[in-house]
Each structure stands twice: as structure tokens, then as C-alpha cells.
Design a protein around this ligand. Structure first.
Ligand SMILES: Nc1nc2c(ncn2[C@@H]2O[C@H](COP(=O)(O)OP(=O)(O)OP(=O)(O)O)[C@@H](O)[C@H]2O)c(=O)[nH]1
Ligand SMILES: [Mg+2]
Length: 292
């Protein structure tokens, strides 16, 4: 199991008592929000307006945290990843090394296979950079009963995704979940490779979504990752992985607000079941340690 560091919720739990909130309590709140990756500007703005509301409404104790959660909720955006059952859908998974792309593909397939026959779901092993990457996806596929299109390491990622989409079209499959290598975003030639994949996936599918996976434990760096990928090819939805191991994830407020991208799912563990539909209210409450 994880050794949980003292996270935002734990820090805030006992911060505000029954009496009037003091300046030092608001300072402590500010520190805690900063440490939870909320970002300096947003933290200051949140605490400022919270101070006013607390005074005006005479809030104390847990009511302060609940109020803060309600302030955060509209800053968080929900992304829709609805699948058109009569079309060929393609979800392209992006993200830096080790964030949880491949695991998220398996989790999402597991989830979706409740609604769509797994025979109509295909994995595309587009991470051709690492030798073991295709095998990892093939293994997930065979456990789940899902076909994987792969060409092994060193192959052209765009060609693998092309093949997967062509065969899916021929077989009247419904969904292609395409993996990519976790290093595509910051070198010019690699961005060009991403653009090539993007063009093929767009041209060969009816519904196409680019999903960026962000690791909750990487903190503010997640915002930079989102900026880089969004600028390179445009991102439609986010998956926040590893929200279980730290319950850090405050940077998602900035990602939603600054980039206007919504979150579709939250990964809460390594098992196939550990993928939850993102709900802004629930997320804000979890972040602040308010889960029921
Ligand atoms: N605790 C926890 N672990 C996760 C979660 N999602 C993924 N992991 C773990 O994170 C590690 C990396 O996951 P992968 O899915 O291989 O990540 P990736 O982005 O495909 O990595 P590369 O292919 O190397 O770029 C694995 O050990 C996963 O089990 C999650 O939501 N919670
Ligand atoms: Mg992978």
C-alpha cells in the first residue's frame, strides 16, 4: 500500500475550529493550497475571497472547507468521452513517460466493455519506442479478451495506428484505443511524428479524441505537460492518474481554467476497476479531505 504523505485534506481537517478563523489559520491554508499544487495566483485569489465569505457568512469549522470546495467546483471542467456506438471511434492516449497511459487504456476498455462488446474494441500498440511496450498492451488485451494490433518495437507508430483503424473499419469495430510513446512532445521531429499520427487518426475514424494522461503526483509540472501537448496537437480530454497515492491534483484547477480542457476520468489505483468518472464536486471535496 501507499504511504500517504500528509495531504491537503489531512492538513485542513483540523485547521478551522468552532471559533472565528484567524489570520494565521488563513496563512496555514494558503501554504497548504500551495503545497497541493493549486498555484500561487489562484491560491491567493481563493484565500482572499474565502476570507470575505467566511466573515460575511460567519463560517467556521468544516463549513469553511465545504465553502472552499464549492468555490473550486465551477473551476473544474468535465470532459465528455461519449462513444458513438454506430461509428468508428478512436481515442489516442498521450502523455509523458510513466504517467499511466497503457494502464488507463486497459482500465477504460474494461469499463467500456460493459456497454460495448469487447470484440468491437481494439488496442493499437502505438508505443513502438520501448521493446516491452507492445507486449504490455498485448498482455492487457489478452487478459481482457481484446484484440491488439501491434508491429513490435521500432515500427512506425503512425503505421500501427493506421493498421488498427483500417482493420477496425473492415471488421465494423466500434472503438480503437491507441497507445503512444511517452516522449513525443518536446523535440521537433517527435512533434512531427505526433502530427502524423494525429492526421491518420483523424482521417481514418469518425469520432476522434485526444486524451492526455497526467499523473497527480507530478504536481505543477502537469500543467506544463498539458500546455506542451495542447500546443503541439490539441487535447480534448484529460485523465488524471494516481489520484490515490497522494490525493494531490490541485494543478487540475489550473489545467481546466487556463487551458479550458476538461477531465474525463480519474485513476485511483493500479487495478482495472480503479478508474472513476470525473465529477467536479466530488473531486473538489476529495482534494479538501471532505469525501463522505
Ligand atoms: N497507484 C496508481 N498507479 C497507477 C495508476 N495508473 C497507473 N499506475 C501505475 O503507474 C505505472 C506506469 O503505468 P503505465 O500505464 O505503464 O504508464 P505509461 O504512461 O504507459 O508509461 P510508458 O509507457 O513508460 O510511457 C504502473 O506501475 C501502473 O500500475 C493509478 O491510477 N494509481
Ligand atoms: Mg505505456
Amino acid at each position: 500500500m501507499f504511504t500517504r504523505k500528509k495531504n491537503l485534506g489531512d492538513r485542513l481537517k483540523d485547521l478551522f475550529g468552532v471559533g472565528q478563523a484567524s489570520d494565521s489559520q488563513f496563512e496555514e491554508l494558503e501554504d497548504a493550497l500551495l503545497e497541493a499544487d493549486i498555484g500561487a495566483k489562484l491560491t491567493v485569489a481563493l484565500v482572499e475571497s474565502l476570507r470575505v465569505d467566511v466573515k460575511q457568512n460567519n463560517l467556521s469549522g468544516d463549513a469553511i472547507r465545504r465553502h472552499l470546495a464549492a468555490m473550486m467546483e465551477p473551476m473544474l471542467k468535465k470532459a465528455d468521452l461519449t462513444i458513438d456506438p454506430l461509428a468508428l471511434n478512436c481515442f489516442l492516449f498521450l502523455g509523458v513517460n510513466g504517467v499511466g497511459k497503457t494502464t488507463s487504456i486497459a482500465k477504460l476498455a474494461h469499463r467500456i466493455s460493459r456497454d460495448i462488446p469487447k470484440e468491437q474494441i481494439v488496442f493499437a500498440a502505438g508505443d513502438t519506442f520501448r521493446a516491452a511496450a507492445s507486449e504490455q498492451l498485448v498482455l492487457h488485451g489478452s487478459r481482457l479478451g481484446i484484440r491488439t494490433v501491434s508491429q513490435g518495437s521500432g515500427a512506425d507508430a503512425a503505421a500501427v495506428i493506421f493498421d488498427a483503424l483500417e482493420s477496425a473499419r473492415a471488421r465494423k469495430d466500434c472503438l480503437v484505443l491507441a497507445d503512444t510513446a511517452g516522449r513525443l512532445h518536446n523535440k521537433t521531429h517527435l512533434v512531427r511524428e505526433l502530427e502524423k499520427i494525429d492526421k491518420i487518426a483523424r482521417g481514418k475514424s469518425d469520432v476522434y479524441r485526444k486524451i492526455l494522461v497526467l499523473d497527480a503526483t507530478t504536481g505543477r509540472n502537469g500543467l506544463q505537460q498539458a500546455e506542451v501537448f495542447h500546443q503541439a496537437i490539441g487535447i480534448d480530454a484529460l485523465i488524471l492518474s494516481k489520484f490515490d497515492s497522494s490525493a494531490k491534483g490541485g494543478m487540475m484547477l489550473s489545467v481546466c481554467r487556463d487551458l479550458g480542457i476538461g477531465i474525463a476520468y480519474v485513476g485511483t489505483g493500479e487495478s482495472l476497476d480503479a478508474l472513476e468518472v470525473f465529477e467536479p464536486a466530488r473531486f473538489a471535496r476529495t482534494l479538501l479531505g471532505l469525501q463522505d
